[in-house]
Design a protein around this ligand. Sequence first.
Ligand code: SF4
Length: 65
Amino acid sequence: MNKIYKVISLLGKNEKALDEVNKARLDTCRSCDYLADATCTACGCYVELRAAKKDSKCPYKKWQQ
Ligand code: SF4
């Protein structure tokens, strides 16, 4: 996970989702059946990184931008 947090820290300000958006996304992921070991098994991404990026989308539209 440290590498994921490092990548997130390197995102530009214009690439990052707002903190409240990021938190709401992660709250949804944490209650999602597709989440396993910090990974979305629907698409294989690390949800922390996906949620942190402004333009990301949930593959099942459980959260939007
Ligand atoms: S990105 Fe979507 S499908 Fe994947 S764990 Fe999060 S809410 Fe679930």
